[in-house]
Design a protein. Structure first.
Ligand SMILES: [Ca+2]
Ligand SMILES: [Ca+2]
Ligand SMILES: [Zn+2]
Length: 381
């Protein structure tokens, strides 16, 4: 909902009615979780105490190098605020998961992956020399890497943020994991993996544009190829240059029409990644996070195309910051990569049809909320 302030909608948020006290209301900013206003009635002795939001529970398991660990998870190695185990991969998975939960709560007002306090489960030491990490709908799983291409993947905060953001996407837009919607799903995970890393390196804050312009915008740089300096799995700043075999396109003119990798979800994600980077260095990482998050929770549908993502992020920018420099920077970013007409026009590649069941939870609702009255369409030209 929008909160009216001086006749102008300024924030999106929730209005909370306290238990048993319908005369009390409180406005909470949906993005920061901060209380923006309240009306309180006189205290009442018999009023029930509203439950405090419990801390999100974290459990990290040791698969002991099995691909079929005991009970599906392996042994519980560390829970909640328990002390470090001394096992680097387990401790990094546990600590980094906590940072990701904190980021979503403090920056975006989201209570865990599902928005309802979902317990965070991580499985570490999965398989032998397993060079990957993934989200499967209920938990994160991390391999140890073979020591040559990867070290234990949980050591990368952007990797952990990437995997957990797949969970957030599943519970919000439900972007179907193939074709352009799948590349957007991948890109949103990269964007938040990187933003969470920036936020954490700035000790839970942003130095306005400092974080955006001073960051490397690389994904997986801390865990990839310990023997090679300066490379990464993906570069948002310069897609296609992260490592010697990087084939990511940086604009629509180089979009890869392929049936492998679910239609190139890990390659074509370079295009929206580059758009996010270009927007981020102009508007700052804080606004980038809030706009891209609002696009995922409010505007994107499961079968979104890149052009839909452009429209969604522009709409979110307008909703959060009004029409102006911020929304124009977002629009310019998508024009720059050729997704919408402008600086580098190029034909749109056809979008794969939506495949029912490809997404765990197809999003409901429409591309734009019915109460949206902005004029973002004019910004697309
Ligand atoms: Ca990074
Ligand atoms: Ca390296
Ligand atoms: Zn991914």
């Amino acid at each position: 909902m929008k909160l009216e302030e001086g006749g102008q909608a300024t924030e999106i948020g929730w209005e909370i009615y306290r238990l048993g006290r319908t005369e009390d209301t409180m406005q909470i900013n949906a993005l920061t979780g901060s209380v923006t206003g309240s009306t309180a009635a006189a205290p009442r002795d018999d009023a029930p105490t509203p439950p405090a939001t419990p801390a999100v529970s974290r459990s990290t398991y040791d698969a002991k190098n099995s691909t079929s660990p005991k009970g599906g998870f392996g042994d519980l190695a560390r829970k909640d605020d328990q002390a470090a185990t001394g096992d680097k991969a387990i401790d990094a998975a546990h600590d980094n998961a906590g940072i990701v939960v904190d980021f979503y709560k403090e920056v975006l007002g989201r209570n865990s992956i599902d928005g309802k306090g979902m317990q965070i489960k991580s499985v570490v030491h999965y398989g032998k020399a397993y060079n990957n990490a993934y989200w499967d709908g209920s938990k994160m799983t991390y391999g140890d890497g073979d020591g040559k291409f990867f070290i234990p993947l949980s050591l990368g905060l952007d990797v952990v943020g990437h995997e957990m953001t797949h969970g957030v996407t599943e519970h919000t837009s439900g972007l179907a994991y193939r074709g352009q919607s799948g590349a957007l799903n991948e890109s949103w995970s990269d964007v938040f993996g990187e933003l969470i890393e920036q936020w954490s390196e700035n000790k839970g804050g942003w130095g306005t544009l400092q974080a955006a312009t001073g960051a490397d915008w690389l994904i997986g740089e801390d865990v990839m190829t310990p023997g090679i300096a300066g490379d990464a799995l993906r570069s948002m700043k310069a897609p296609g240059t992260a490592y010697s075999g990087d084939t990511q396109p940086a604009d629509m003119a180089h979009y890869k029409n392929t049936s492998s990798d679910n239609g190139g979800v890990h390659t074509n994600s370079g295009i929206p990644n580059k758009a996010a980077y270009e927007a981020g260095i102009k508007i700052g990482s804080d606004k980038l996070a809030k706009i891209w998050y609002a696009a995922n929770t409010t505007f994107l549908k499961s079968n979104a195309t890149f052009a839909d993502a452009a429209a969604a992020t522009i709409a979110a920018a307008v909703q959060l910051y009004g029409e102006g420099d911020v929304s124009a920077a977002v629009s310019d970013a998508w024009k720059g990569v050729g997704v919408i007409a402008g600086a580098k026009p190029s034909p749109m590649a056809p979008h794969d049809p939506y495949v029912a069941g490809a997404s765990a939870r197809p999003a409901e609702g429409s591309m734009f909320p019915s109460d949206y009255k902005g004029t973002f369409a004019g910004l697309l030209g």
